[in-house]
Design a protein around this ligand. Structure first.
Ligand SMILES: C[S@@+](CC[C@H](N)C(=O)[O-])C[C@H]1O[C@@H](n2cnc3c(N)ncnc32)[C@H](O)[C@@H]1O
Length: 220
């Protein structure tokens, strides 16, 4: 995969930077609280695919020294880089975190290997849990930068292949205000209608309800 690919997807994200910075379900949640809890004891951390910077903000508030990274210049991370090429030495950070982003990574195995390499103690990963091909189609229609969501089995395999020992796995419900969630990626009306159809079983009132998988893994 050439770096050109990452630059193109990075530009698409810059346009959405404010929307992701301000979205309530990105800014808060039981998932974010758990990440902060699991981070206890770390002195330094890297927030990969920081987006609106919510993990970085919460970890800094907890007294941790954080470097944020993202390939999209508009996200205003400390370091502009994709997860697949982290410009840091081995074991640079006590903790590496990535939240609700790996489903956008072009090469998931390489990204996990890179995050494991620069972590000294712990890697925390959160992402949308794979549900079905219908949901994958909806996610891609709503956001063409969606590559793939993964099952718990796949996540365990990625982390173990990178030499990590899994210590905890949790699922957290995430409720998205459906129309705002569609507008955030400028989904056109025709695609939005199809997305509503594909997600019908997961829509409650005016919310799309999805599940995030959160994994805590340690270097051995
Ligand atoms: C949904 S946002 C991230 C949310 C953020 N981590 C949070 O907690 O709110 C997804 C981010 O992934 C980034 N991204 C896309 N492709 C990437 C890649 N290959 N490596 C790292 N980040 C990537 C985008 O630029 C975007 O900022």
């Amino acid at each position: 995969m050439s770096d050109a690919h990452f630059v193109v997807s990075g530009d698409a994200w810059s346009v959405r930077a404010d929307a992701y910075r301000n979205a309530q379900e990105q800014r808060e949640g039981s998932d974010l609280d758990r990440i902060v809890e699991w981070a206890r004891g770390a002195r330094t951390a890297l927030d990969v695919a920081t987006g609106g910077g919510h993990v970085a903000r919460r970890l800094r508030e907890a007294g941790i020294e954080v470097v944020s990274a993202d390939p999209a210049p508009g996200m205003k991370a400390d370091v502009i880089c994709p997860a697949e090429h982290l410009p840091f030495a081995d074991s640079s950070f006590d903790l590496v975190v990535t939240r609700i982003a790996p489903h956008h990574f072009a090469d998931i195995a390489l990204a996990v290997a890179e995050m494991a390499r620069v972590a000294r103690e712990q890697l925390i990963v959160e992402d949308t849990l794979y549900v079905s091909e219908a949901v994958e189609e909806a996610e891609r229609l709503r956001d063409p930068t969606h590559v793939s969501s993964y099952s718990e089995y796949e996540w365990r395999s990625f982390l173990e292949a990178a030499g990590l020992r899994i210590e905890a796995v949790e699922l957290h419900e995430k409720r998205h205000p459906l129309e705002e969630w569609l507008a955030r990626t400028e989904t056109n009306e025709q695609d939005a209608a199809r997305v509503r159809e594909l997600l019908a079983g997961r829509i409650e009132g005016d919310e799309y309800v999805d599940r995030k998988i959160l994994l805590r893994a340690r270097k051995q």
